[in-house]
Design a binder for this molecule. Structure first.
Ligand code: NAD
Length: 372
């Protein structure tokens, strides 16, 4: 079968116009901040549906800076809507798809939204890139747009030994991870079949400022700051590899510029820790103790360990910079200093979600045996 993919991708350089989907979320907004802080003429359009996880306040910093705001456009809309995506793709040198439903627990409560955005939404974006690629082939635009799909280490499934490399089979075990893996499979199928210029990043568990408080580190930090119980799943011995959000965004930007067409890259943090250890460090940083922690019934199908080998990206010259020992206390300090942001993130359906997710669990919870 003929492989239509280009031998080399067009350079994404100063003055490029980038479409960032999901740019009002945690990682997307950090990417937008980094892209505009380059002050090299890069223009950024964000397409974001503003789900409960999207927050316009995450982009306040760039919108308050006249130089950056002049190169920034915000569009509220759904990546699964071709009438919105088409015209935006026509103007973009690259599309970075950061948009997704991202919380594993919510994917267990209500998987459908995950498939709509993670599968249908990715398909709509790929169709737009396909149309633009064909337009470039006909001479209607200079280059076809590059498409970067932001994926996750969770597509590899549970890794009991060793570390996942990019050629390992995808073996997702939650609806969230299955939607992400499905999106990736569509990307590689479109790259091969239609000759699109695509790259994929698979990032580790990410932490830092502006993360929605449903996720482990901000949930436990904000609960600890407020003196509320910390619901620890099971024995707390699930191992995750932690990556600071500034490193995750920098890794995405690096792959956008240096990744080889058709390839996937692990963006690993290099800090593997059991949740129990992370919780202990959070308690120290918030001045609380283990009396706040309750062990609660575990998430069904909870993967015990994710671990990725980051050597492929390291060979291209990229490494994470933020040490967890510095990044975690700085993150706790950010949440302590931003109560208004926390209040806005814990508005809307937050109380109903929290009661549904943790009400019965906390009622069945027990104090933690710290000697175990
Ligand atoms: N947070 C992590 O630990 C982590 C780790 C690895 C990979 N990832 C991936 O990184 C990406 C970003 O994760 P995050 O933690 O920043 O998520 P997030 O939940 O903070 O943000 C997601 C953003 O996408 C937007 N969005 C959702 N559905 C949309 C749709 N249909 N159309 C347009 N916008 C939509 C939301 O409004 C929100 O602004 C996701 O693709 C996720 O799978 C996250």
């Amino acid at each position: 079968m003929t492989d239509l993919r280009p031998d080399s991708a067009p350079a994404i350089g100063p003055g490029a116009h980038l479409l960032v989907t999901g740019g009002a979320g945690f990682i997307g907004s950090e990417l937008v901040r980094q892209l505009l802080a380059r002050r090299d003429g890069t223009r950024v359009t964000v397409l974001d549906k503003l789900t409960y996880a999207g927050n316009r306040a995450n982009l306040a910093e760039v919108e308050a800076d006249a130089g950056q705001a002049a190169r920034f456009t915000f569009v509220q809309g759904d990546i699964a809507d071709p009438s919105i995506v088409g015209p935006l793709a026509a103007e973009a040198d690259a599309i970075i798809n950061v948009a997704a439903e991202t919380h594993v627990d919510r994917s267990i409560l209500d998987p459908e939204a995950f498939l709509r955005t993670g599968v249908i939404g990715v398909h709509v974006l790929l169709e737009a890139v396909r149309g633009e690629t064909e337009r470039a082939r006909r001479g209607g635009r200079e280059h076809a747009p590059r498409f970067l799909q932001v994926s996750t280490d969770e597509v590899y499934g549970e890794v009991s030994e060793g570390r996942s490399t990019e050629t390992d089979a995808l073996a997702p075990r939650s609806p969230y991870a299955a939607a992400k893996a499905s999106g990736e499979l569509l990307v590689s199928a479109y790259a091969i079949t239609f000759g699109l210029d695509t790259v994929v990043t698979r990032g580790s568990n990410t932490y830092g400022p502006h993360q929605h408080p449903e996720k482990l580190i901000p949930l436990f930090t904000t609960n600890a700051l407020g003196g509320h119980p910390l619901p620890m799943y099971g024995d707390g011995m699930q191992i995750r590899d932690w990556l600071h959000v500034s490193d995750h965004a920098a890794g995405i930007d690096f792959v956008l510029r240096h990744g080889v067409t058709g390839e996937a890259y692990n963006v690993a943090g290099g800090t593997e820790l059991p949740n129990r250890e992370v919780i202990g460090r959070l308690l120290a940083a918030t001045g609380r103790d283990w009396s706040l922690v309750r062990t609660v019934p575990d998430r069904p199908g909870h993967d015990r360990r994710y671990a990725m080998d980051g050597s492929k990206l390291a060979a291209l010259g990229w490494r994470p910079r933020v040490d967890f020992a510095d990044g975690l206390p700085a993150t706790v300090a950010w949440y302590r200093d931003n109560p208004d942001w926390i209040a806005s993130a814990k508005s809307g359906d937050w109380d109903a979600y929290y009661a549904r997710q943790y009400g019965d669990r906390l009622a069945a919870g027990r104090a933690v045996d710290r000697t175990a």
